[in-house]
Design a protein around this ligand. Sequence first.
Ligand SMILES: *[C@@H]1O[C@H](CO)[C@@H](O)[C@H](O)[C@H]1NC(C)=O
Ligand SMILES: *[C@@H]1O[C@H](CO)[C@@H](O)[C@H](O)[C@H]1NC(C)=O
Ligand SMILES: *[C@@H]1O[C@H](CO)[C@@H](O)[C@H](O)[C@H]1NC(C)=O
Ligand SMILES: *[C@@H]1O[C@H](CO)[C@@H](O)[C@H](O)[C@H]1NC(C)=O
Ligand SMILES: *[C@@H]1O[C@H](CO)[C@@H](O)[C@H](O)[C@H]1NC(C)=O
Ligand SMILES: *[C@@H]1O[C@H](CO)[C@@H](O)[C@H](O)[C@H]1NC(C)=O
Ligand SMILES: *[C@@H]1O[C@H](CO)[C@@H](O)[C@H](O)[C@H]1NC(C)=O
Ligand SMILES: *[C@H]1O[C@@H](CO)[C@H](O)[C@@H](O)[C@@H]1NC(C)=O
Length: 742
Amino acid sequence: MKVQDLFLVAIFCLSYTQLVKGQPCPSTRCGNVKIEYPFGISSDCYHDNDPSFKLICKEEKLFLKNLEVLSISHSSQLRVMVPKSFSCFNSQGNITSWSYFRGPNLGNLTLSENNKLTAIGCNTFAFLTAFGTRKNSSVGCTSLCESTPVENRECNGAGCCQNAVPEASNRFNFSPYTFTYQKTSERTYISNCIYAFLVENGTFEFNGGEDFNNLRNVTHFPVVLDWSIGNQTCEQVGRGICIGENSKCSNSTTKTGYVCVCEDGYHGNPYLGCQDINECANTDPIRKHNCADSNTCENTPGSFHCNCQSGFNLIATNSTMTCLPIHTPVYVPPVYVRWTQIFLGTTIGFLVILFAVTCIKQRMKHRKDTELRQKFFEQNGGGMLIQRLSGAGPSNVDVKIFAEEGMKEATNGYDESRILGQGGQGTVYKGILPDNSIVAIKKARLGDSSQVEQFINEVLVLSQINHRNVVKILGCCLETEVPLLVYEFITNGTLFDHLHGSLFDSSLTWEHRLRIAIEVAGTLSYLHSSASIPIIHRDIKTANILLDEDLTAKVADFGASRLIPMDKEQLTTMVQGTLGYLDPEYYNTGLLNEKSDVYSFGVVLMELLSGQTALCFERPQTSKHLVSYFASAMKENRLHEIIDGQVMNEDNQKEIHEAARVAIECTRLTGEERPRMKEVAAELEALRLTKTKHKWSDQYPEAEDVEHLLGVQILSAQGETSSSIGYDSIKNVSILDIEAGR
Ligand SMILES: *[C@@H]1O[C@H](CO)[C@@H](O)[C@H](O)[C@H]1NC(C)=O
Ligand SMILES: *[C@@H]1O[C@H](CO)[C@@H](O)[C@H](O)[C@H]1NC(C)=O
Ligand SMILES: *[C@@H]1O[C@H](CO)[C@@H](O)[C@H](O)[C@H]1NC(C)=O
Ligand SMILES: *[C@@H]1O[C@H](CO)[C@@H](O)[C@H](O)[C@H]1NC(C)=O
Ligand SMILES: *[C@@H]1O[C@H](CO)[C@@H](O)[C@H](O)[C@H]1NC(C)=O
Ligand SMILES: *[C@@H]1O[C@H](CO)[C@@H](O)[C@H](O)[C@H]1NC(C)=O
Ligand SMILES: *[C@@H]1O[C@H](CO)[C@@H](O)[C@H](O)[C@H]1NC(C)=O
Ligand SMILES: *[C@H]1O[C@@H](CO)[C@H](O)[C@@H](O)[C@@H]1NC(C)=O
């Protein structure tokens, strides 16, 4: 035996000693009556040595004091036989025999309220005196006989009366009395005897006048007594007081004190331990199983199951469970419904949880996305940009901040078929905005923070420019990992494509080329001197000059551009630009000024003239670079060799030579020797006007003055600070003049 077990046993013994103060004896019998604890017949068997529980077995009969015991129930009741009281008279009215009941003291047992004081007889009353520990009381009942003989079969006061008994009395006396003691004649014809007795409610049936005689032979009536242990409730003694197996404490329903009872589904003596009721085998109607038959009944501790053989379902019908065939036509199958409900409930519950989880996930993702976008926005200098755009003076262009979704939709998810070009700065996509307008969307290369910087720079630069020969920026999107810039869509490719590439077109005449050169020169001139803050493009090249359907030039790609504060002529920067176009002076010194753009423009002009690329490794060693190629050709007076055969004709030789000279001047080694962009623009414009003059002079020989005049006009107009107006007015003048010339 383990220590724990010993401990448990010790506790058990202690508790039991406390409860019992004496060994509970096993059940014994006396005659037909089973004696059970807390009652006992030997002094050490009944509870707590309480003499109330002491019984006597005499000649196969069990007695409580002098009352014969019929039965003992665990539910705190004891049934005993109590003799009746009576008086019998002779014809003279004298009492011939009598017996009055004087009960013993029952100690802690009390008269149950489930008894009736009963009187039988005419003009009779019964009288009961009850003694209790707390109070004494008396009750009586009266029986009168209005008519004779008594036909009445109900105990309602005519020949028979009943009355309730007082509660909590442990000793009682009762006897019958008559009102008509002297009037013998009146009484005797009805009965010779009158009776008074106590009887368990419901066990006595009055049989009318017959009983006046018949009851002579009935000497005792069953009477119920209540018992309980102690005078305290379960709470007062502690619920654990009942230590018998499967037992529990229960307040006595009729008096103070408690009793032990078996748990539901168990039976036996709760003080000794209760046993499971085998409901399946039980014939007791209260405890019988309600399964279809005993074969489907399965007993369990304290209860039972109804099992059905295969092919049958347990169906609740009326108040019982019945096994019915599964394919029974009987509708209302609650079990099925229950399963359906469980299934539905589970499914719905699952769906609800799924939905909730999805929602939360979605929201978390959304929040994460928003946070990410915000992060990118900040990382991409969004805050700074907005500050700059709103704070730093008036901007000439509305720069719209686009949302990421819009960009994704516009480019069809950055579809490859939408790629317009891929350059050093990133990829350009064709985008279609919700209002069906076509835009170009430039996306920086991933993972290059310097690109990002250039993007922001471009936005800032372009936001300052409003010029017809500069690609217009519509907005940007900074919520993506790399920023996106949105431009107006220029349909006709780059000048590079037209001269050397995929869009090569022999129809690009000298007139076109000159006009393009003038437009670019004018734009640069405007950027250098006329824009509200001077701007150096830094990356002028044919690939950055876009052409629209009318072959009008649009300068693009301001990623490398620099805004130059008014008070500074030069700016020290990291050298940036494209090989072949890069100003060698700037390359050597890192000092940036507007003359770097002049150099690059010179190269572009050479390209326009020659149709050759800026760098070509197929040319001789010394002529790989277009500038040296041109310079040597000029020096050796063989310029005609390198001019694009497509453009040169008899009419324009002079102009082309003049333009080549301008180009060479633009590409001089030192910036100081190079003309200003303003001058270049004017010279090229003058070339065009000369050309016009040639046509013109056929008809108007004295137009020389006009040319001169116009040239002055151009220069003076260029000198004006009011930028775009100045430039446009030049254009207007010239176009007007050309048109006037025709
Ligand atoms: C009840 O009557 C008995 C006998 O007459 C007496 O001894 C007892 O004190 C009475 N009890 C009460 C509570 O009055
Ligand atoms: C006595 O029994 C009758 C039925 O037999 C019942 O209606 C009545 O309530 C019972 N009275 C008591 C006090 O138990
Ligand atoms: C009463 O008992 C006696 C004998 O004990 C018997 O002769 C008589 O018939 C009985 N009367 C009734 C009414 O049972
Ligand atoms: C009745 O119960 C009390 C309290 O449990 C006890 O002290 C007493 O001995 C019992 N017996 C009688 C006859 O009063
Ligand atoms: C319970 O019975 C005991 C002994 O008879 C007594 O001393 C005590 O006052 C009673 N308690 C109650 C609540 O009746
Ligand atoms: C016993 O009676 C007390 C007081 O009347 C009550 O509070 C308690 O709940 C009852 N206990 C049981 C087990 O019925
Ligand atoms: C249910 O009870 C009704 C009457 O109470 C009876 O006619 C019917 O047969 C019962 N149904 C079943 C399935 O036992
Ligand atoms: C009844 O009996 C007669 C004679 O037998 C007596 O004379 C009466 O006195 C007696 N009456 C009572 C009331 O006892």
